[in-house]
Write a protein that binds this ligand. Structure first.
Ligand code: KIV
Length: 281
């Protein structure tokens, strides 16, 4: 049973109602096949701007554009029936003013069919969150480590330690008061994540923020072990797909060079034989 307990598409309201119950499950998806996999098991599919680093090889999320997010959003939409689809607003497309945020978020919703947008920032974004939610755009907020602020943070460091705790706490309170339906807490200490989760009325979705949160999110490619050289502490690897894919490609290359592939069963003769199941060509 999922946290929202729904067979039909999950709504932001159901996400709010799941607070304090079975933890909400969220993973990123950027493509239709991954969306199908996520949809079977998760409550929320996040088209994260991490797509820029994960699929496009960018050094940070700062180079991601609205058009990129819309393209991946459309692909993910085709793979979802159940999960709530949330799409990130990319850096530079919402911070200038609430009006800019509304223009781009409404385009995102109209063109991708997403159920909500996510944006980074706490107190400074509260007015924008209020503007969007008051005009029909559900918003998932994101506080703590906000990767679009990597240059002001000076790296992807844990946020909210020591005196900095009050800032992150104020950010979480501000986005909840402004009408966000959930908030991602990224890379904050466990005690702070617990306090925020207890204090605010909306679900906290943790990434590197402990099991004290109301739900969890990870980048799917990270938990599937797609990158052999990227092992953040907060990611549990449930598979080693990167290593497995590398072995498969190595075996293919060896077969081609040794003329073992294609073999007889992969070759077409003059007269058709019974095609294997699934072969439509
Ligand atoms: O872009 C992203 O994938 C995210 C999650 C890691 C929370 O924001």
């Amino acid at each position: 049973m999922s946290a929202t307990g729904q067979a039909r598409a999950v709504t932001p309201r159901q996400v709010v109602a799941a607070k304090g119950g079975t933890p909400l499950v969220c993973l990123t998806a950027y493509t239709t096949p991954m969306a199908r996999l996520v949809d079977t098991h998760c409550d929320i599919a996040l088209v994260g701007d991490s797509v820029g680093m994960v699929l496009h090889g960018l050094p940070s999320t700062l180079g991601v554009t609205l058009d990129m997010m819309i393209m991946h959003g459309k692909a993910v939409r085709r793979g979802l029936e159940h999960a709530l689809m949330v799409v990130d607003l990319p850096f530079g497309f919402y911070e200038e003013s609430p009006e800019q945020a509304f223009r781009n978020a409404s385009r995102m919703m109209a063109e991708t069919g997403c159920g909500a947008v996510k944006l980074e920032g706490g107190e400074t974004m509260a007015e924008t969150i209020r503007f969007l939610t008051g005009r029909g755009i559900p918003v998932m907020a994101h506080v703590g480590l906000t990767p679009q602020g990597v240059n002001t943070f000076g790296g992807y460091t844990v946020q909210g330690r020591g005196k900095d705790r009050d800032r992150v706490l104020a950010d979480a309170r501000a986005v909840a008061d402004a009408g966000a339906f959930a908030v991602v807490l990224e890379k904050v200490p466990e005690a702070l994540a617990r306090r925020i989760t207890e204090e605010i009325a909306i679900p906290t979705i943790g990434i590197g923020a402990s099991a004290a949160c109301d739900g969890q999110v990870l980048v799917a490619d990270d938990m599937l072990g797609m990158f052999t050289d990227f092992r953040p502490k907060f990611v549990k690897r449930y598979a080693e797909l990167g290593a497995e894919a590398s072995s498969a490609i190595e075996a293919y290359a060896a077969d081609v060079r040794a003329r073992r592939f294609p073999a007889e069963e992969h070759v077409f003769g003059e007269t058709p034989k019974a095609a294997p199941k699934g072969d439509t060509k």
